[in-house]
Design a protein around this ligand. Sequence first.
Ligand code: SF4
Length: 512
Amino acid sequence: MSKYSDGLTYGFTESTAPPVRETRIGVCSAYCGSCGDLIDDLVSGCAQLQARKFAQSGGCQLTLALGIVSSLTNVVVIIHSPLGCGSAFLGTGGMRKTMRMSKGKRDEDFVWIHTNMDETDVVQGGIEKLRGALLYAEKEYHPEAIIIGNGCVPGIIGDDIDSLALELQGSLSAKIVPVHCEGFKSRYVASGYDAAYHGVLRHLVEPVQYNERVLPDEGRDAMERYRISQTVNIFNVGSNSNSDEVELSRLVSALGLYPRVLPLHASMEDLAHIGDAALNVSICATHDDYLLGHLKERFGTDYLIDTLPIGVTSTNRWIRLIAEFFHLENEAERLIGFETRELEAALAPFREKLAGKRCYVGGGELRIITTAEFFATSLGMDLVGVKAHNIDRFVEELLENLHPTDLNVTVGAGQPAEELNVLNQLKPDLYIGHSGANGWASRFGVPNLPLFGQSLNYMGYSGAYELARRAAKVLKNTNFVKNVSRNVGIPLSRVWFEQDNRENIKETEKAG
Ligand code: SF4
């Protein structure tokens, strides 16, 4: 656990591109084994040296990076790459619009432009196409910022997007934000979050110095200084719903503090004032440790990186840690006592239906661990396994709370074939998984529940109630997935299912 600071040093924003997470924090992206072995192997460093013999697509950091920055108000995104890199963005405009409207943000279309690099550009360079796209974006849409998402091809041939941004910056009214999210650089797709926030920190957050913010400011009255001293920035993520944000804000407000949710869907004005807070609170370190660490260095704002407030135990812990920073321990205990009394009574009928059923959870590391803990501890379900996209230092302590120690753990982004093998072996009654994986579970006949949903509440106490209610509802009638599995096959051979997933893991080859 890392409380109020985590001992990492940041200070990377002098460079045009961030380091990848493999080198910055170390990461395990391939593992099959037990929870106890994983904890030991993380400590010894072996877990970080695993790879797969057979690997399926595990995602690209460009998608994650642009998912963050494209949410900002009044921006245009330029994807600088061959056309295929933009395929993930087809159809995402509707989601962005829905998300923004659900959060009361300005209704606006998602504008993205593609430079469509071809073979000639690979030889001659794609900078002129990018220049044309930047000028077009400015002239047609007059955005406050133009984001350049750099793909593998311009990264490999060395298109100097930063020099072009510097050259044009004086003549365009929009701020130009190069984002170095070339997919080939990292197997850890969450490196894309660092790439996105690197661009934001360098180009959209004012470089105010620490002492300028904390010393008495002539221009700020006492009320404003007090408000800042009681303000908590809650750092949202793409999988948050508005209901999640309302619930977390409600809990922070109940402590007598001022919550402010950002940076997703934020305006340029919001970002300019991001340093006006006493505490920055992460709800998922996988997304934002890079941003919070740099904000600490730039503005001096303390930060809390700990758990994700899903389920009763994690929400209690999240509230207590925020309260402790402001010396509001008594207020926190009163709030927790009141909320958990009400919730315990509300969960009882669902516990009756769910207790003893076998569940499996797959997705992002913090989300799966907190969700799994809730289903096992608060609802009495039998946790049979978890699958994490990646595992890093931010969940080491939380992993130790997962029981039993021989719990089946897989680490890998994507990899549906491996996951189906595990489901075949463990035969859970309920699968709770990341979008994309639930379809496979349905084809396999396993009743399932989405791990997140941008229109549903998962976080805080109200989210715990909703999770329990929906799990009980899914298990009430499982005919849908049974019919799906009867009529839709699985494209994997019997031989694959006879193999132990551990045979698919190998040590990475060391550089000679
Ligand atoms: S891995 Fe590279 S080529 Fe593939 S989508 Fe990502 S940026 Fe494009």
